[in-house]
Design a protein around this ligand. Structure first.
Ligand code: FES
Length: 112
């Protein structure tokens, strides 16, 4: 199984983490399964940007990005070339290194 390395995040995972996750699972589910409570305000349907992660290694092994995901990502805080919505990005066959951005923009709680 691919190994997922999560870089330290002040609140969600201060020490960082490493775990294995099956190919085909979304990064978001893999994080939640391993007690890293990443936000997922829209219920993982690709309609917010709170589950944004930056994939430092293994980006090309993930499932392809849809146009909808690209559009939502544009609203994410701290967007980078290797950004993904973790609920939409399915793990492939390579190890990943994932960074959770410091902030999220929670569109749901802003009542838009
Ligand atoms: S949880 Fe909303 S886009 Fe991933």
């Amino acid at each position: 199984m691919p190994k997922i390395t999560v870089l330290p995040h002040n609140v969600l995972c201060p020490e960082g983490a490493t775990f294995e996750a099956p190919a085909g699972e979304s990064i978001c589910d893999a994080l939640l399964d391993n007690h890293i409570e990443i936000e997922h305000a829209c219920g993982k349907c690709g309609a917010c940007s709170t589950c944004h992660v930056i994939v430092r290694k293994g980006f090309d092994s993930l499932s392809k990005m849809s146009e909808k995901e690209e559009d939502m990502l544009d609203r994410a805080w701290g967007l980078e070339a290797n950004s993904r919505l973790s609920c939409q990005a399915k793990i492939g066959n390579e190890n990943l290194t994932v960074e959770i951005p410091r902030y999220t923009i929670n569109l749901v709680s802003e009542n838009r």
